[in-house]
Design a protein around this ligand. Sequence first.
Ligand SMILES: [Zn+2]
Length: 248
Amino acid sequence: MMEFSTQALFREDSYLREAEASVLAVNDQGGIILDRTIFYATSGGQPGDVGYFERQDGSRIEIAGTVTGRTKNEIIHLPAPGQALVGPGETLRLVIDWPRRHLLMRMHTACHLLTVICPYPITGASVSTDDSRVDFDLPEAGPGKEEATERLMELVRADHPVFIRQIGEDELAANPGLVKSKNVRPPQGAGSVRLVCIGDEGVVDSQPCGGTHVASTAEIGEIHIGKIEKKGRENRRFRLRFGPLPVS
Ligand SMILES: [Zn+2]
């Protein structure tokens, strides 16, 4: 099968809820590949979008998930079971499940803030709508739940801007401290790297990331550290949840 490339509109504007696109191909598993999309594809610990496509006759094709194909630029939309078939060239109106996506954007941005108050190598991360986790290479006890929550909420209340800056691969190579992940390097060979910056000029944090984020830290809203677990000898897992820290 040919290799396809989808224009990822969510990389430029994570607030797009609807768009028009046309079908490039349907793969042998029924996955739909479009010329452009607002559906984020599962990557970097953030789950792919769900939603629906509206056809010209007004009928809907429910989309149960979004993943990448052979390359990061090939984005495959996975229809729920029993949906009608679309064909190449068909024009569709794309609609994502925005309330779910916005929760993921808030959570994902909160995970960045967590790496600011826990400046240790990241060994894993997973974002979900109600409970997210970041694992750190942290053999000693780090900040406790109360302290970590307080420092996170200071960064949220400061209403720092969150924005994207493209830098050259040479600039990233000259600033290896920008990469906070212990094992995962940003994709090479594209010529530029997408930096997610928090605070004026990115003073609070700057790190390569391909996910979707809110535009300011205040939009995250109230969050707390629900749990800190020891994972093996060297790792600690911090769990983030929405709402205030429960009184213990
Ligand atoms: Zn991110």
